[in-house]
Design a protein around this ligand. Structure first.
Ligand code: MEV
Length: 387
């Protein structure tokens, strides 16, 4: 049977998690660990996930993309989905964003991307082919939790019949992250998992970085705008590694993001800590531009102090961070915190990994900045074409 396979990397945040939700700068790198999604027509007439009936409630990212790109009402046939990979789930390593990026790409390929002429008025379908000229994510409708068709109809444009573009997968993944995180989600994870490499988000356009696009999202705290760049032109270090230590404690991002929002509501002066994280991230970006990895590491450790102070570290993370510190350039939690993972920047990956494992963590080693989404297998025909 014909099938389509796509994959996308996980991500690891070096600076700025949580503050980036409020528009402050941040940096993330795509890691060597990936999620792979294979889809094919369902043999049993119902949606399947790894051979069992797909539970839409328990898989909100998949459900949101199906609603958007593959609606039953339009005659889209059920598919069978298989997910594989080595990114631990709910651990702050972008497993949901990687899944969303890979699944969005697979559905686009399965659909064949039939699009109509830009500028024609009867082209008011759900979005088919919107990409980098779109800056407004406009994905989260507070009432329905779905993409507002009218807004997308105003926005989408022709991007080419065969291509599945990275911008588009990033915006789709950002949209479903926004739904899952109740309207508070930065494009950090989705852009990193889609484009790969090192992604720098800023509140301004940065010199010496490749500018990708900007995004805007209306969140419960107001409209936020992010400028997204790739740090592609700067030589990657060949002697610096990331060692990621997993506490094994499940830490859903939505819960941690809501916790920070509540903290800011109860104690508005805490916004200073959020702003300080933004300033630290800005210093981190400058250190990365200079390829000064000793300074990158120091800045990561400073970032950790602030993350502790906004209450998103945990005793388990603190233990692993302490263990990794002597052999590392810098150490911090990565992702939403509350459990999940820490990351050490190190020139001694073996020693750092051993120290984390001795302290009870499970480790992954990665270089900084792996390739983004890829199409790994493609049949000759599409699975569905909307008439
Ligand atoms: C999660 O990987 C990173 C957070 O900053 C949330 C987000 O950016 O949407 C905690």
């Amino acid at each position: 049977m014909t099938s389509i396979t796509t994959s996308a990397p996980g991500k690891c945040i070096l600076f700025g998690e949580h503050a980036v939700v409020y528009g402050h700068p941040a940096v993330a790198v795509a890691i060597d660990q990936r999620i792979s999604v294979r889809i094919q027509p369902s043999p049993s007439g119902i949606w399947l996930l790894d051979g069992s009936e797909l539970n839409m409630q328990r898989n909100p990212h998949i459900a949101a993309l199906i609603n958007k790109l593959w609606p039953k009402e339009s005659g889209a046939p059920p598919l069978s989905i298989h997910i594989e990979g080595n990114i631990p789930r709910a651990a702050g390593l972008g497993s949901s964003a990687a899944l969303s990026v890979a699944f969005a790409g697979a559905l686009r390929l399965a659909r064949g991307r039939l699009m109509r002429e830009a500028g024609s008025n009867d082209r008011v379908h759900w979005a088919e082919g919107f990409g980098s000229t779109i800056s407004l994510t406009s994905a989260y409708d507070n009432k329905t939790g779905i993409f507002p068709d009218q807004t997308l109809a105003e926005l989408f444009h022709l991007t080419g019949p065969e291509s599945v573009d990275e911008d588009e997968n990033a915006i789709l993944a950002h949209s479903v992250e926004a739904i899952a995180q109740k309207g508070r989600a930065s494009p950090m994870d989705s852009s990193t998992c889609s484009h790969g490499g090192i992604i720098v988000i800023s509140d301004q356009q940065e010199h010496k970085l490749d500018y990708l696009y900007h995004r805007e999202l209306t969140t419960p705290s107001g409209t936020v705008r992010w400028h997204i760049h790739q740090l592609a032109s700067i030589a990657q270090p060949d002697d610096v590694y990331l060692v990621i230590g997993n506490t094994g404690v499940n830490a859903p991002t939505a819960k941690q993001v809501a916790k920070v929002a509540k903290m800011l509501q109860d104690n508005p002066t805490k916004i200073e800590e959020i702003e300080t994280i933004g300033k630290i991230a800005r210093r981190g970006i400058e250190a990365l531009k200079r390829a000064d990895y000793a300074a990158v590491g120091r800045t990561m450790s400073e970032n950790q102090l602030m993350l502790k102070s906004i209450g998103v570290s945990s005793p388990e993370l603190d233990v692993l961070i302490r263990a990794a510190t002597p052999s590392s350039l810098g150490v911090k939690l990565t992702g939403a915190g509350g459990g999940g993972c820490m990351v050490a920047l190190t020139k001694n990956p073996r020693a750092t990994s051993d120290a984390i494992e001795l302290a009870g963590g499970r480790t992954l080693i990665s270089k900084l900045g792996s390739p983004g989404m890829s199409i790994d297998s493609l049949p000759n025909s599409t699975f569905w074409q909307k008439s």
